[in-house]
Ligand binder design. Structure first.
Ligand code: GDP
Ligand code: MG
Length: 304
């Protein structure tokens, strides 16, 4: 399956819900779109976790277009929404990985899909011809290290690990040293996500940042926050909290295949001003792709 089809397939729940609701809202329309229809459309967006403010802005744009373009059909509404959403989401999704090595730090609470996403990213970049090295800096549980090892094996990349309970910053340090010695293009480090102990997590991440600052001062660096799309507003709240304690440069939004509420992308991108850089649409190694505004808008509202 091609990349586009994977996203399209993974977004099926969201798209089906969206298309069905738009068609229902437009059923009785005969002539111009009424206030009631706009309200219904806004409701549909809010129901998909788009967020009140963003939904409102989208509907305002739709109102203008509907007037200008004399939109009367469900197809017309879908096409206009697709354009508006693509525009709203575009910008900031690039990932610069030019320096050697570049480093990606992956953060987020337990269970959101950090380790899985690292495995997928490793495979993706390896496929592009990059030499990738993983650092198992989630040292909180032995199982976390083992799980990353399994993913390293699947992706066919190396991994640096310490024992359970080791200092995560020391793992990052060793990974960077090994990365330099082996001339890798990209280092990706896992971390433990204990947000319930905010002070601890902040200190732990601070220490990791200092190691990176010292050892790779001029390197391209991404701090990617992983969020589980199925948790809706909770994901938005997590992003808000992590933004306070870490310099998040982008989001990996996982499990879009498991939800009809793909609008949460809009919520995060537009209301929190953090770009979504990758999306996960399944548990397999190839079920991850760079975020693209247009592809996402197509997958959300359908192509036709
Ligand atoms: P971590 O605790 O943040 O490292 O999360 P894991 O990587 O261990 O993932 C937790 C669960 O989410 C696992 O069962 C993964 O298979 C699942 N998962 C991760 N990403 C996706 C995704 O994009 N789609 C689906 N359906 N499941 C995912
Ligand atoms: Mg993990």
């Amino acid at each position: 399956m091609g990349l586009f089809n994977r996203l399209f397939g993974g977004m099926k729940k969201t798209r089906d819900t969206m298309e069905g609701a738009i068609e229902a809202a437009m059923e009785e329309v005969d002539g111009e779109l009424t206030e009631e229809v706009f309200e219904q459309l806004e409701e549909i967006l809010i129901m998909s976790d788009t967020g009140m403010r963003t939904a409102n802005e989208i509907i305002e744009s739709l109102r203008e277009r509907a007037k200008k373009q004399k939109i009367k059909s469900a197809g017309g509404v879908k096409s206009a929404l697709r354009d508006i959403v693509a525009e709203l989401l575009s910008g900031g999704e690039e990932v610069d990985m030019i320096t050697m090595p570049a480093i990606i730090l992956v953060i987020g609470v337990n269970g959101v899909g950090k380790t899985t996403s690292i495995g997928k990213l490793a495979a993706m970049y390896k496929e592009q011809g990059k030499k990738v090295l993983l650092g198992a800096a989630d040292t909180f549980r032995a199982a976390a290290i083992e799980q990353l090892e399994i993913w390293a094996g699947r992706a066919g990349v190396d991994l640096v690990k310490h024992r359970e309970g080791a200092d995560p910053a020391a793992v990052v340090f060793d990974t960077i040293q090994a990365g330099k010695a082996r001339d890798v293009d990209l280092i990706i480090c896992d971390t433990a996500g204990r947000l319930h102990n905010k002070k601890n997590l902040m200190e732990e991440l601070g220490k990791i940042y200092r190691v990176i600052d010292r050892e790779l001062p001029y390197s391209d660096r991404e701090v990617l926050l992983v969020l589980d799309a199925t948790t809706g507003q909770n994901a938005v709240n997590q992003a808000r909290e992590f933004k306070e304690i870490a310099e998040v440069t982008g989001i990996i939004l996982t499990k879009l295949d498991g939800t009809a509420k793909g609008g949460v992308v809009l919520n995060i991108r537009h209301e929190l001003q953090i770009p979504v850089k990758f999306i996960g649409v399944g548990e397999g190694i190839a079920d991850m792709q760079p975020f693209g505004a247009k592809g996402f808008a197509d997958a959300m509202f359908g192509e036709g």
